[in-house]
Design a protein around this ligand. Structure first.
Ligand SMILES: NC(=O)c1ccc[n+]([C@@H]2O[C@H](COP(=O)([O-])OP(=O)(O)OC[C@H]3O[C@@H](n4cnc5c(N)ncnc54)[C@H](O)[C@@H]3O)[C@@H](O)[C@H]2O)c1
Length: 255
C-alpha cells in the first residue's frame, strides 16, 4: 500500500492573506507547488496579480481577491464568497500584517497608529478565524496558521504596538486550539525573527540592527524558510500539534 503524502495539498483549497508580498507570497507559491488551489488575499492588487501569475506560470492553480483584514465586514464577505465558490476551505495561512510605529517609546506612539496595528495584526486574525471555524468544524477538518513574531515572545524595544499585537496572536491560538481540538481542526502560529521582506523597509534602522544582533545564526531569514514551516502547519501532516507557536528565528528563541 502506498503511504499517503501528508504534506501534499492535492484537492485542497488554501487561503493565503498577505499573499502579495514577502512571507505570504512565498507560502502561497510553496503550497501551490504542493498541489493546492490557492486563493490569494491582500490589499495590494498589483502584488496579488504578480503572485497569481507566478503560480499559474509554474503550472499551479491560484486566484485572488482584494481583502482588507482590518475590516470585519470585508472578512465576512470575502470568506463567504470563497466558501460559496469552492464549497470547502481546507487551510488558512494568515500572513497579512504591518510593523506599525517603530523606533518610538510607548508614550510617543499616536493612538491611531497603535490601533491600526492591532486592527490588522490581531483583529484580522480573530475575524478570519471566526469566519472559518464553523465550516471547518462542520467538515471535521481544518488547518489555521497565523503569523505571529519573535516580537510577541520577547518584545522589541520601540515596537510596542507590534509586540502587543503579536503576543495577542500567540495567546489567541493557545486557547482556540483547545476549543476545536476534537473537530479535526488545528490552529497554530509561526514566530519568525527578522526575515528579508519589504516589511522591514519601514522599521527604524537602530531597531533592525538590534533585531539582527539577537539572531545566533547571524543573518536575516529568507521568506522560503518561513514558508516551509507554514506549509507544514497548514498540511494534513500537522495533525497532533495545535495551539503552538513554531519558532523560525535562527536560534533567537529556543522555547
Ligand atoms: N519579515 C519579518 O521580519 C517578519 C518577522 C516576524 C513576523 N513577520 C510577520 O509576517 C507576516 C508577513 O510579513 P512580511 O515580512 O511578508 O511583510 P510584507 O510587507 O512583505 O507583506 C505583508 C503583506 O500584508 C499585506 N497587508 C498589510 N495590511 C493588510 C491589510 N489590512 N489587509 C490585507 N493585507 C494587508 C501587505 O499588502 C503585504 O502584501 C506579517 O504578519 C509580519 O508581521 C514578519
Amino acid at each position: 500500500m502506498t503511504k499517503e503524502d501528508l504534506t501534499s495539498f492535492e484537492g485542497q483549497v488554501v487561503l493565503v492573506t498577505g499573499a502579495a508580498s514577502g512571507i505570504g507570497k512565498a507560502a502561497a507559491e510553496l503550497i501551490a507547488a504542493r498541489g493546492a488551489q490557492i486563493v490569494c488575499l491582500d490589499l495590494n492588487e498589483a502584488g496579488l496579480k504578480s503572485t497569481v501569475s507566478e503560480i499559474t506560470s509554474a503550472g499551479g492553480r491560484a486566484t485572488y481577491k482584494i481583502l482588507d483584514v482590518s475590516s470585519q465586514t470585508a472578512v465576512k464577505k470575502v470568506v463567504g464568497e470563497i466558501l460559496a465558490e469552492h464549497g470547502q476551505i481546507h487551510a488558512l495561512a494568515n500572513s497579512a500584517g504591518i510593523s506599525g510605529p517603530t523606533g518610538k517609546p510607548v508614550e510617543e506612539i499616536e493612538w491611531a497608529a497603535f490601533q491600526k496595528t492591532i486592527e490588522i495584526n490581531l483583529y484580522g486574525t480573530v475575524w478570519l478565524t471566526q469566519e472559518l471555524m464553523p465550516s471547518m468544524k462542520a467538515n471535521n477538518y481544518g488547518r489555521i496558521v497565523h503569523l505571529a513574531s519573535i516580537a510577541g515572545k520577547e518584545g522589541n524595544p520601540g515596537m510596542a504596538a507590534y509586540n502587543a499585537s503579536k503576543a495577542g496572536v500567540i495567546g489567541f491560538v493557545k486557547g482556540v486550539a483547545k476549543e476545536c481540538a476534537t473537530f479535526g481542526v488545528t490552529i497554530n502560529a509561526v514566530a519568525p525573527a527578522v526575515i528579508r521582506t519589504p516589511i522591514n523597509e519601514t522599521v527604524a534602522e537602530d531597531v533592525q540592527k538590534y533585531m539582527v544582533s539577537k539572531i545566533p545564526v547571524g543573518r536575516l531569514g529568507e521568506p522560503f524558510e518561513v514558508a516551509e514551516i507554514i506549509a507544514f502547519a497548514a498540511s494534513k501532516a500537522c495533525s497532533f500539534t495545535t495551539g503552538f507557536t513554531f519558532d523560525v528565528s535562527g536560534g533567537r528563541a529556543t522555547y
